[in-house]
Design a binder for this molecule. Structure first.
Ligand SMILES: C[S@@+](CC[C@H](N)C(=O)[O-])C[C@H]1O[C@@H](n2cnc3c(N)ncnc32)[C@H](O)[C@@H]1O
Length: 232
C-alpha cells in the first residue's frame, strides 16, 4: 500500500502543482493548520510534497525540515532542508523537533497511529502535532460521490487520523469547508494520486481518464471539507 501511494505521488508532481496554482487549496489548509498549531522552533513538515504547506510553517519556525516519501514531489519542494523518508518511520532522533505537521499526509499511511507514535517520539516536551485529512465534497449538502454511486477512499479513513492523534495527545479538532466548484473537483482528480481514491487499481493515465469521464456531468458550486486535529 505505501509503495503504491509513493508511486502515485511520483506520477503526480506536475498535476499537483497545476491544481495548487489554480486553487491554492493546500496552501490555505496549511495556513489554517499553522495558525491552529502555532509551531515554534524546529518544525517537521511531514509529507511536505511540492511545498504548498511549507511557507506557512516556515514563517513560524526557526528551522523547517521537509520530509516526503516521493522523490518527485520532494524535488519540487523549495525548502533548504529536505529529507526522504516515511512518516511512520521517521529518520529523526528522539526529542529533536518542536512541532510535527502532517499537512494532508496522515491519511495516506495504512496505520496513522504508527505515524503519530513516531511524531510523539521525535517531539520535544511541550511539542505540538497537527493534521488535516479529506472529508468529502458536497453539493448543497449531498455527497458528490454518493450521487455518482462511487466511493472516494483514502488508505486510512479520516476518523482513524483524528482518533490516532486523540489517543496520544490532548486535542482540539474540527472541520474546514471551502466553497469550490465542479472544475476544481475535476482538476483535483486530474492528479493521479487523487484519482487513485476513485480508481486505485487502474494505472495513472487510465485512472485520471476514468475520473474525468465520471465527473464530466458534475456541475455548479460545491463544498470541499477537511477535518483538522491539533494535539499538545
Ligand atoms: C496530498 S500531498 C500533500 C503535500 C503537501 N503537504 C501539501 O500540503 O501540498 C501528500 C504528500 O504525502 C506524501 N506521502 C504519502 N505517504 C507518505 C509516507 N508514508 N511518508 C512520507 N510522505 C508520504 C506524498 O508523497 C505527498 O507528497
Amino acid at each position: 500500500m505505501k509503495r503504491a501511494v509513493k508511486e502515485n505521488f511520483d506520477a503526480s508532481a506536475d498535476a499537483y502543482a497545476a491544481y495548487e496554482a489554480r486553487t491554492g487549496r493546500f496552501a490555505a489548509l496549511a495556513e489554517r493548520l499553522a495558525a491552529a498549531m502555532e509551531p515554534r522552533g524546529r518544525v517537521l513538515d511531514a509529507g511536505a510534497g511540492t511545498g504548498a504547506a511549507t511557507d506557512a510553517l516556515a514563517a513560524r519556525a526557526d528551522e523547517l525540515v521537509a520530509l516526503d516519501a516521493s522523490p518527485a514531489m520532494l524535488r519540487a519542494n523549495p525548502a533548504p532542508a529536505r529529507v526522504a523518508g516515511d512518516i511512520d518511520r521517521l529518520p529523526l532522533c528522539d526529542d529533536s523537533v518542536d512541532a510535527v505537521a502532517f499537512t494532508a499526509s496522515l491519511f495516506l499511511v495504512p496505520d496513522p497511529a504508527a505515524a503519530v507514535r513516531e511524531a510523539r517520539r521525535v517531539l520535544r516536551p511541550g511539542g505540538v502535532v497537527g493534521a488535516v485529512a479529506p472529508d468529502g465534497w458536497t453539493a448543497d449538502g449531498e455527497g458528490v460521490f454518493a450521487a455518482l454511486d462511487r466511493e472516494s477512499r483514502s488508505p486510512a479513513p479520516t476518523e482513524a487520523v483524528v482518533d490516532a492523534v486523540d489517543a496520544a495527545f490532548e486535542t482540539a479538532s474540527g472541520t474546514w469547508t471551502f466553497d469550490t466548484d465542479a472544475d476544481d473537483l475535476r482538476a483535483f482528480h486530474a492528479i493521479p494520486a487523487m484519482a487513485a481514491r476513485l480508481y486505485p487499481k487502474l494505472p495513472p493515465d487510465e485512472r485520471t481518464e476514468r475520473a474525468r469521464e465520471a465527473l464530466a456531468a458534475v456541475d455548479g458550486g460545491l463544498e470541499q471539507h477537511w477535518r483538522w486535529v491539533v494535539g499538545r
